[in-house]
Design a protein around this ligand. Structure first.
Ligand SMILES: Cc1cc2nc3c(=O)[nH]c(=O)nc-3n(C[C@H](O)[C@H](O)[C@H](O)COP(=O)(O)OP(=O)(O)OC[C@H]3O[C@@H](n4cnc5c(N)ncnc54)[C@H](O)[C@@H]3O)c2cc1C
Length: 454
């Protein structure tokens, strides 16, 4: 099936091949930029791809000048359709992702996860770029967004200083962030509501929006002790401690005194007579995901799960995302981008369409970077050819993009997880994954059947 659909996609696109003289500029030869360049080349466009690490440019984390370098782990996570990343990868494969093909070629044995030899992976991506015949690689830093060509910014979480400055000027500055401070996000079905209650502090507001998870004195003291003793993820040399002072991780707050959390993010004031409380706030409109308010943390992932499950209402909590804090340049996509990843809000007049993809949009993770690269390329090509097809609702990529572009006053990067997918009311826990898989396949078939017209 995937091969067949891919064939049809490319057959549909070949109609436009060689008919376009239009050039597109892509800034960043990472995961998102390379996927987008290959997709757009396949649609017949001429691409100027800029990668500064091929020249004199460096980032604090990349070690080579290779295209699509994996900065840290060599894993694209699970492949099973019953896992969120497995479903996302299956979708990308169906849609003809070139970088996933490269990953399959560079695969190393790692059980059910797709892990790669990072050198071989980059070599394969470089081979695809070189053999496309339509991509001109510029081994230099791109420092301008003023361009005659439609442009895609895929400069990643470690975007160069000069380009960051240009993005800041364009977006007005207040919509650009340099660090993320991510609090854990919990699947709403896994909360024990018999141990929690819905209420806003001082009962303000018309609807009770917060889920409150109380802790008695004994549980609180144990919770704080475990936080005080817990191991954190080591900071990278370029992530200086003092930068986090304005937004302390909870383990650091716990270390400053037993009562610090009880007078900070766990204060019960205005919520009835409780010793301490953790508040959960809906992360999405469907209320399938809840965010632990004020719980940004650098604790190791397994430690987070162990400690947070001490809270009675969270004893069976399933985490759609765990907390993290690291250096990460990203724009406030909800205020700046539409759901095709095109910049719509700008402090300066735009001379040409400008799109964003990859981690800089707040889509967190390797596979998510590839997915948004594919998606931005698809939408750029369609818009330049006066077509409007978006991926349908219910697809993983569309759900991810909706999560990062929907209104959100407290926007932080998000990875793909099942909590983002739409589902009918009343679906039981055991039925969810089956539903997602069927819905996803149905949507993709409908979508790809339309492709030859495109
Ligand atoms: C330190 C660190 C570790 C991470 N580890 C993981 C992990 O283990 N697993 C995971 O799933 N995710 C991880 N991430 C998150 C994210 O998935 C990766 O950063 C991913 O590489 C993002 O893909 P991207 O294409 O958006 O950016 P990148 O892959 O970083 O690509 C952006 C490219 O743009 C280039 N560039 C920047 N500015 C310019 C310019 N002005 N001109 C020309 N080129 C430019 C850069 O050199 C870079 O090659 C990590 C992030 C960081 C910062």
């Amino acid at each position: 099936m995937p091969g067949e659909i891919l064939g049809r996609l490319h057959a549909g696109n070949s109609a436009t091949r060689n008919t376009l003289e239009l050039r597109i500029k892509i800034i960043g030869g990472g995961l998102a930029g390379c996927e987008a360049a290959l997709q757009l080349a396949c649609r017949g466009f001429e691409i100027d791809l800029y990668e500064m690490r091929k020249g004199a440019g460096k980032t604090p984390a990349h070690k080579t000048g290779n295209l699509a370098e994996l900065v840290c782990s060599n894993s694209f996570k699970g492949t099973q359709l019953t896992s969120a990343h497995g479903l996302l990868k299956n979708e990308l494969k169906t849609l003809g992702s070139f970088l996933l093909q490269a990953a399959e070629k560079a695969r190393v044995p790692a059980g059910e996860s797709l892990s790669v030899d990072r050198e071989l992976f980059s070599k394969e991506v470089e081979r695809l770029i070189a053999s496309s015949g339509k991509i001109t690689l510029h081994c230099e830093e791109c420092v301008s967004l003023a361009s005659k060509e439609p442009t895609l910014v895929a400069a990643g979480p470690l975007c160069s200083a000069a380009l960051t400055e240009k993005i800041k000027e364009l977006t007005g500055g207040e919509f650009l962030r340099f660090y993320d401070a991510i609090a854990p996000v919990i699947d709403s079905d896994s909360i024990d509501y018999s141990q929690a209650f819905a209420m806003n502090r001082h009962e303000k507001g018309e609807t009770a929006d917060f889920i409150n998870c109380p802790l008695d004195k004994e549980t609180y003291l144990e919770f704080v002790k475990r936080l005080q003793e817990a191991d954190s993820v080591e900071e990278k040399p370029f992530e200086k401690k003092e930068l986090f002072e304005g937004c302390l991780p909870i383990e650091e707050m716990a270390r400053r005194g037993t009562d610090t959390l009880r007078f900070g993010p766990m204060r019960p004031v205005g919520l009835g007579k409780h010793y301490a409380i953790i508040q959960l706030r809906a992360e999405n409109a469907q209320k399938t995901l809840y965010n632990m308010v004020g719980f940004q943390t650098r604790l190791k992932w397994n430690t987070q799960k162990e400690i947070f499950r001490l809270v009675p209402a969270l004893k069976n909590a399933e985490f759609a995302r765990l907390g993290s804090m690291h250096r990460n340049t990203f724009i406030e996509s909800p205020k700046l981008l539409d759901n095709s990843l095109r910049l719509t809000t700008s402090h300066q007049p735009l001379t040409t369409p400008l799109y964003f993809a990859g981690q800089i949009t707040g889509a967190e993770g390797y596979t998510e970077a590839i997915a948004t690269g594919w998606y931005a390329a698809w939408n750029m090509a369609n818009s330049l050819q006066n077509k409007t097809d978006l991926l349908p609702h219910g697809t993983c990529i569309r759900a991810l993009v909706e999560a990062i572009t929907a209104p959100n006053e407290d926007f932080q990067p998000m990875n793909f997880n099942f909590g983002l997918l739409p589902r009918p009311e009343g679906l039981r826990k055991g039925e969810k994954k089956d539903f997602f898989i069927k819905q996803n396949q149905k949507n993709l078939i409908i979508f790809t059947q339309c492709c030859p017209k495109n």
